[in-house]
Design a protein around this ligand. Sequence first.
Ligand code: NAD
Ligand code: MG
Length: 391
Amino acid sequence: MNPQGIAVLGATGSIGTNTLDVVARHPDRYHVVALSAHRQLDRLFDLCLRFAPRYAVVAAGADEAALQRRLRAAGVPTEVMSGPAALDFIATLDSVDMVMAAIVGAAGLTSALAAARAGKKVLLANKESLVMAGRLFMQAVAAGGATLLPVDSEHNAIFQSLPAGYAGDLDAAGVSHLILTASGGPFRQLAASRLADVTPDDACRHPNWSMGRKISVDSASLMNKGLEVIEAHWLFNAPASRIQVVVHPQSVIHSMVQYRDGSVIAQLGNPDMRTPIACCLAWPERVASGVAPLDFRTLGDLSFEAPDLDRFPCLGLAFSALEAGGDAPAVLNAANEVAVAAFLDGRIRFTDIYRLVSDALAGMDLAASDSLDDLLLKDAATRAWLGARLS
Ligand code: NAD
Ligand code: MG
């Protein structure tokens, strides 16, 4: 068997690094064709030394020249490119069988869409693509004949817990509900009165997972779970009324499917993204991921509670945006990205994230855009609208 070619978009991030950790365990199966990073040149340089990809992509032209010089001097034959068009280029190469879409935020949309249109096996970590452009994305997957595999641990768990070959019909599969588990984040037990004073570092100190800063803040506000509800809607063709969220602080059950007959099928494992990543890389086979096996003899208690929508109103906001439809999820996503960046920069309080996203949903036109260009304009308009309020 020839190794499968992989392009890792967002290779220097948390998901990218975990992906390359699993890939490196199976050189007979996977061959790194291309890597991308935004501005983290040193880390991308190290990855190029280690994996010798055919292409490496960075954001800016100046970085492109600098990285190319360093790689030449080190005798690495990688060709360096830059900009969004270069991301699309590596996502659609003939030599690329699968694309790990692990860029953070709306910046990951166009390259993930390009991979879908080109009929690749798309390993989707970038949930924002589906939140922003779920309909267009699922259409591109169908039109391109792509295979879409969810990397997000909850969706990967549901994917594994649904019947094999699930074709998007909950009733035909006998499913009553999809149950997304949430750790509850670092502020699960914090009093409402103290949420206004938490710092970015507090928010990024997740109890179970080590992740990039944007998704860490989303996990702390439960907006991440809200984005995941919308992601589940598109991936599994499930209406909001059939998606439940339950807080499960140990993050051992990664999500569940509840069936009509009362059965619940769950996927369990240690909280380590290398498990869902390995599942997607090898599907329908199974490969070692490096994750320690779950030991039920020492596991202890698993507990569950309802999410507190008063302290974490972003989750309710995302459910409402899904129910409102149209461009509401895209506006929610864009506003959340701006608000989270402002919080990480120390410009707003944690509790302002909800207020700003909710203001954007009230202030923007939510009618559905029917082309990608219009959707990108709506995304940009939302960012500008909120940016003006913040300055
Ligand atoms: P991260 O911040 O650690 O890494 C992001 C990567 O994207 C980096 O390689 C960075 O260079 C690149 N990048 C950032 N901005 C970019 C831009 N404008 N253009 C091109 N590249 C850019 O993020 P992460 O935690 O790895 O998350 C990546 C995606 O995976 C997110 O959509 C996140 O929601 C999703 N996800 C992450 C986890 C996790 O455990 N980290 C779990 C589930 C889903
Ligand atoms: Mg998740």
